[in-house]
Design a protein around this ligand. Structure first.
Ligand SMILES: Nc1ncnc2c1ncn2[C@@H]1O[C@H](COP(=O)(O)OP(=O)(O)OP(=O)(O)O)[C@@H](O)[C@H]1O
Length: 516
């Protein structure tokens, strides 16, 4: 299928989010859309999928002008989209979700269970998905859920598949698998529009690269371009892809975690007798495949997951049973993994979210009265400093692009005096230019003597920031290793090997795990 977007334009108030965008998607190509946070990538894709209506411009399928006013229209024209937040029903099986997701287009009708099961098996075999049609969605990992979304699109006969930051939630091994799936789809003639902030992925898979900046197409790049060249084209200036940092000068232990055990809602031991120490002026990164207890560990540190056993102390003071409020007051900063859920309040303004935990304190408030002038002044300064792209600090935070929402959370947490910063996936969805800035800020925080605990599934981020790395597997810390530990070894430890087993195995059988 040949898809052409011509002069697509979309404004929100006075902001032109897409300004006469022209784009051609050739049959069977992987077309990467590259652009900094707020450049307008999601807006463009939402118009293509019928979630937003263009102010002007047109969409042509095989040369014919089409009107796409809803996702059903998009699907009817062979366009499928996999969202970052999946739309699956957790208590249903994979096949049941496929039955539900079947659009009643072109007279295709609803699928029966047997056909849905057969289709899942058939598509799994053809594209190497390895998805069990009878598995309950709530029991399968995120990477497999994403494949179910892809299968859903393919059963609706998608010829062009939009993947909007599909790798943000995946582990390195799952990313390798997704890249393989994308290759197979392409070989079978499916076109893919691929949005990502990870330049290694772009280089690994793109046939065509279009760069968007501030709502306009600013050019194309060759996949053979270096990461530095791509970054520069994206943000319009040279970017340091790895933050410059001196070796840490660790001081006294700030955070002490002893025998910490957390039992999750389903009764499983999510964190299993974990001992950790983070000193003043050092960055400890917790690495692991998503779902191995890191999230619960970070939540327990903030009092958001109940502690079943063990002890947490900050500067020698026992915080094991302290409330979240008391922990924040004690000097813990927190960047949660799910920013939309725990990081900010969507309908609140950018200015309000920038003082969310602080608004009852000087200078922002006293007792019940708020000093809106101070709140506004603070917001203007943070927006400038963190390069948060918004039309105004009084706008709702939910109207910001994903990466800019993340910057709001970091700007707030890094703007008050901290003893300990706990940051989960701190740069998820953030563009390379902003990562450079945020990583620098996190290292500065370390050098000011703050203890920093980063939870990340990004090996690049761990390599850039960590002074030491604790690897978690099934709720346990399987080892604490130096930051320069080779990726293969880290990968093997993330799959449960001990430090010595990982060293031996990585030497004997170098793997491709996490090559992207
Ligand atoms: N519903 C909306 N109301 C107001 N402004 C909006 C709305 N949706 C998007 N915007 C604005 O349009 C611009 C483009 O946003 P978009 O989400 O398309 O960016 P993006 O390139 O996908 O960014 P990111 O990489 O951060 O996801 C941003 O400035 C954003 O704040």
């Amino acid at each position: 299928m040949h898809l052409e977007l011509s002069g697509l334009t979309k404004s929100f108030g006075s902001l032109v989010a897409n300004d006469h965008i022209d784009l051609v998607i050739e049959p069977g190509e992987i077309h990467c859309l590259l652009g900094e946070n707020g450049a307008g990538k999601s807006t463009l894709m939402n118009m293509l999928y019928g979630l937003l209506q263009p102010d002007s411009g047109e969409i042509l399928v095989d040369g014919e002008k089409v009107k796409i006013t809803s996702p059903s229209d998009a699907i009817a024209h062979g366009i499928g989209m996999v969202h970052q937040h999946f739309m699956l029903v957790p208590v249903f099986t994979v096949a049941e979700n496929i039955m539900l997701g079947r659009e009643n287009t072109r007279g295709a009708g609803v699928l029966d269970r047997k056909r849905a099961q057969a289709l899942v098996t058939q598509l799994s075999e053809r594209y190497g998905f390895e998805v069990d049609p009878d598995a309950l969605v709530e029991n399968i990992p995120v990477g497999v859920q994403q494949r179910v979304e892809i299968i859903k699109a393919l059963t609706n006969d998608a010829k062009v598949l939009i993947l909007d930051e599909p790798t943000a939630v995946l582990t390195p091994a799952e990313i390798d698998e997704l890249i393989e799936v994308m290759r197979r789809l392409k070989e079978s003639g499916t076109s893919i529009v691929f949005i990502t902030h990870k330049l290694k992925e772009v280089k690994a898979i793109a046939d065509t690269i279009t760069v968007i900046r501030r709502g306009k197409v600013v050019g194309n790049a060759e996949p053979s371009a270096t990461e530095e060249e791509l970054a520069e084209l994206m943000v319009g200036r040279a970017v340091d892809l790895v933050v410059d940092k001196e070796p840490a000068q660790p001081g006294e232990p700030v955070l002490m975690v002893e025998g910490l055990t957390v039992i999750d809602e389903r009764g499983f031991t999510a964190v299993d007798a974990v001992d950790l120490e983070v000193r003043a002026g050092e960055i400890l990164a917790v690495a692991g495949v998503q779902g191995n207890g890191q999230t619960e560990l970070a939540e327990a540190l903030l009092g958001l997951s109940p502690v079943a056993a063990g002890r947490i102390s900050l500067d020698g003071k026992d915080l094991t049973t302290a409330s979240t409020r008391q922990r924040l007051d004690a000097g813990i900063g927190y960047v949660p993994e799910d920013r939309g859920h725990d990081g900010f309040v969507g309908p609140f303004s950018v200015a309000e979210n920038l003082v969310l935990d602080l608004f009852r304190r000087e200078p922002f408030g006293k007792g019940l009265s708020l000093r809106t002038d101070e709140i506004h002044k603070n917001a203007e300064a943070r927006v400038e400093e963190f390069d948060i792209r918004t039309q105004g600090v009084e706008l709702s935070t939910s109207s910001l692009s994903g990466g800019n929402q993340q910057k709001v959370v970091l700007a707030r947490e890094l703007s008050r005096p901290l003893k300990l910063l706990v940051a989960s996936q701190p740069t998820r969805g953030v563009d390379v230019g902003s990562i450079e800035f945020l990583h620098t800020r996190i290292v500065e925080e370390r050098d000011r003597g703050t203890a920093v605990l980063i939870v990340s599934t990004e090996l690049d981020e761990i390599a850039a920031l960590a002074d030491r790395v604790a690897v978690m597997y099934r709720g346990k810390v399987v080892g604490v290793v130096p930051a320069d530990t080779p990726r293969d070894e880290l990968g093997l430890m993330m799959a449960g090997a001990s430090k010595s087993e990982a060293q031996a195995e990585a030497t004997e059988h170098p793997t491709t795990l996490g090559t992207i």
